[in-house]
Design a binder for this molecule. Structure first.
Ligand code: AMP
Ligand code: MG
Length: 427
């Protein structure tokens, strides 16, 4: 039986990393480039929007009191298009033809949609629908009120938020800087993507899985290449990597006699905070810092590296970018089959999710999704990750999960994050 007492728990390792992870400084960014960035300033409205009461419909602006008996016939005294101001006041028995977004003329208190009217040959309009005062009128300032705080610092800019910033004419905004991230693969057996084919070599996948995971967070990383399992060469590469805010090294962190990454980092002045976390896949994980850089030593097995990235690196990168939502969103899913597990390490099972038709019954407490493992769960089987919709969490103290039981699943859809991990372990 393996002894995991020296391993940090998932949550303890996450906490340790976050304790050593500060939000980066601030930079201006053009609105066009601001999607997904985190605001480093609060934004107040500098105008009322809409700037006056406007019509919500193409129709007729009129006095609701004129519609006490239906149909009612009203004189059309002018046309008001969006972008033009009304020139006449609406009196009893009158209305104005009005377009969506055009200002409501004085005297009018409601709009009737054109579909509820009939234009007559004499130019008057027959209105077939009554209305309450205020109907289909958008009030001045209903969207944005002059002087009101619209966004507090720390929100992530969504497409809708970006639209509001455009309405407020914020052509440039202050956001948190994105970290500069370097990625290094290590191992004598590795062959680069553009190297000649050698049947005895292992193609470097980790540079690219990690690159893609970093890109999915909106960061363009720098690939440093492949370092051989040789202390001096490794030292050169690691030194270069330490010039970045974050260095991700995969491979060479375990207990093999050629696993030099951790001692070489220490020789370069990196303070190592922990090694080994009680999770599977991915236990040979180490984390260290210098005054200006964080280093994650990730396991060489591609699946392990990716799982560790999701649990430890992604939260740190999002924290650096000022985002309060640092963890992947979790949901509860129902297991399609049993999962065997021995207490010791928490496990992340790669799963696909499908809709649970039983849960469509309104009285059902069943979760909306059914989880199926994606075939072989070996830590070298990258297809298990390639097909996964999520990572199903089996707590470290579990004795296995029965078919039909419920479990937490971290979604891997790339866009959903939440403030709390939803899968805390004892520390
Ligand atoms: P290590 O952590 O260096 O002991 O490597 C563990 C396993 O992961 C070995 O089978 C390596 O060949 C494999 N591995 C390490 N780095 C990579 C990489 N960049 N791409 C694909 N496989 C890798
Ligand atoms: Mg190796």
């Amino acid at each position: 039986m393996e002894n995991f007492s020296e391993y940090l728990s998932l949550t303890a390792a996450q906490q340790c990393i976050l304790q050593h992870t500060a939000t980066l400084g601030v930079e201006p960014v053009k609105l066009e480039k601001s999607l997904g960035r985190v605001l480093a300033e609060s934004i107040s409205s500098n105008r009322d929007h809409p700037p006056y009461d406007v019509s919500a419909m193409d129709g007729y602006a009129l006095r609701a009191a004129d519609l006490h008996s239906i149909p009612a016939t009203l004189d059309v005294i002018e046309d008001i298009k969006a972008g033009a101001m009304p020139t006449k006041m609406i009196s009893t028995g009158q209305c104005a033809r009005i377009m969506t977004g055009a200002p409501i003329p004085q005297g009018a208190d409601a709009v009737i949609r054109v579909e509820d009217t009939q234009l007559q040959s004499d130019g008057a309009v027959q209105v077939n629908q009554s209305a309450k005062p205020g109907a289909d009128i958008r009030l001045r300032g209903e969207n944005l009120r002059n002087g009101a705080v619209v966004f507090n610092e720390g929100i992530e800019i969504t497409p809708g938020g970006l639209g509001i910033l455009a309405m407020l004419k914020c052509a440039e905004i202050l956001v948190h800087r994105r970290p500069h991230v370097a990625i290094l693969s290590s191992g004598d057996e590795l062959e680069g993507l553009h190297d000649p084919f050698d049947p005895n070599k292992i193609p470097d996948a980790n540079s690219y899985t990690l690159m893609a995971q970093v890109q999915a967070l909106g960061i363009e990383p720098t690939l440093l290449g492949i370092a051989r399992d040789e202390a001096q060469e490794l030292s050169q590469y690691l030194k270069r990597g330490l010039e970045f805010d974050v260095l991700l090294v995969s491979g060479g962190t375990s207990v093999g006699i050629y696993d030099f990454v951790r001692p070489v980092l220490q020789a370069l002045g990196v303070q190592m905070h922990f090694w080994r976390v009680a999770i599977r896949p991915g236990h040979p994980l180490a984390f260290g810092t210098t005054s200006s850089s964080s280093v994650f030593c990730l396991p060489g097995n591609p699946v392990s590296g990716m799982v560790c990235f999701e649990q430890f690196v992604a939260p740190a990168l999002r924290r650096m970018m000022g985002n309060p939502r640092i963890y992947r969103r979790t949901i509860t899913a129902q297991l399609a089959h049993p999962i065997q597990h021995r207490p010791g390490r928490a496990e992340f099972v790669r799963v696909t999710l499908s809709r649970n038709d039983a849960a469509r019954n309104a009285m059902s407490d069943d979760p909306a999704c059914i989880a199926h493992a994606t075939g072989s769960q070996g830590s070298g089987v990258l297809l298990s990750m390639a097909h996964a919709d999520g990572l199903l969490f089996v707590p470290s103290d579990s004795h296995g999960l029965a078919a039909g039981s419920q479990a937490r699943v971290q979604l891997l859809d790339g866009t959903s994050f939440q403030a709390h991990s939803g899968i805390e372990e004892a520390m």
